[in-house]
Design a protein around this ligand. Sequence first.
Ligand code: SF4
Length: 422
Amino acid sequence: MTTDTRSVNQTITSDPSSSCDVELAAGPWEFDLVAGYGPGASEDDVIPDPVVRPGQLPAAYQRMDEEDLHARIRAAKESLGDRLVILGHFYQRDEVVRHADFVGDSFQLANAALTRPDAEHIVFCGVHFMAETADILARPDQHVILPNLAAGCSMADMADEDSVESAWEQLTEIYGTEPDASGRQPVIPVTYMNSSAALKAFCGRHGGIVCTSSNASTVLEWAFERGQRVLFFPDQHLGRNTAKAMGIELDAMPMVNPRKPLLGQTEQVLRDAEVLLWPGFCSVHKRFTVAQIEAARAQHPGVKVVVHPECPMPVVDAADAAGSTDFIRKFVAASEPGDVIAIGTEINMVNRLAAEYPDRTIFCLDPVVCPCSTMYRIHPGYLAWVLDGIVEGEVRNEIVVDAEVATHAKVALERMLAALPK
Ligand code: SF4
């Protein structure tokens, strides 16, 4: 087996150069004080009451020894039994994931919660849009809890409802609202799962649909059956990579700027467009580069490179394979002992795969440790605090999506579920 010092557990240390954000090295509680997302930041957020703002976790939980926190979490889980389900995203830190009943991507987790009908409390150790989706799909009597309200998603925040509405108005002025001779609408909105409930509802109201990184091409095919063009938000990279793989020319995928007249394009470019891309991106995945892939190939001849489609197009083109977190997991599972695999996705998932397959050399393409810094805000201290609340009869940090928003968002999610690959 090849020995690679990067193969297991690239972690953040107190050395500021150990990670992409110097503030991460300062420790969890100092990082928690750094201004972040916070309650009320999302469109139509219903602000929990009582609300604990980032940095305000009771001191007892901040001071508690980590083993005591784990013991407390285990005790709360045992006492709550089937009344509780804990969901952990692939990108969540290990100290939290070890307590999860299910580990997966956002949509797998929302569906996993549905398999636990007795769970009155769904604790989502992910980010805000994931908890919103779980609330949309959950029964009205189930409570969805996000342990730290500062766990948002910077990509999801790059498309807000006002900007999308304003872009939509400009497009409607150009294209009109009448379908063509084959009955296809001028434009269909498609939102990535990584978006606020308000934008999922926008898609529900305008004949649009939600996609995940696993089913983006199926969803685009669905949209092209019903529309002449697609407005894809918020992730430009997933939109571009998926459309390119479907044979759409780059010239037919202009990026829109909602703050500019004609969205920063000419009318002709907008008329000729097949996919209109929103300028959003993931701060973790945009760090991967072709140079990193070349360095991995030079250092490990025969290395297999697999990346997430939120990476920029040249990175996806230079990799051996690209796909969702579940695709990456299966790619590694299908490899052979002794294989060397370089992965372009979030570090916690890469470290977990490296630990799960010790007979392979698995490392992250990015030599600098760069976790999803918003998901990182869910510390075992926050998990213990919300679980203690449930035991004491108090629901803390509940995520409640406005009923009307939820109704329309569910329409777009159900269209996704009904869209089948060709
Ligand atoms: S990894 Fe990127 S897209 Fe995923 S939750 Fe974090 S910021 Fe959002």
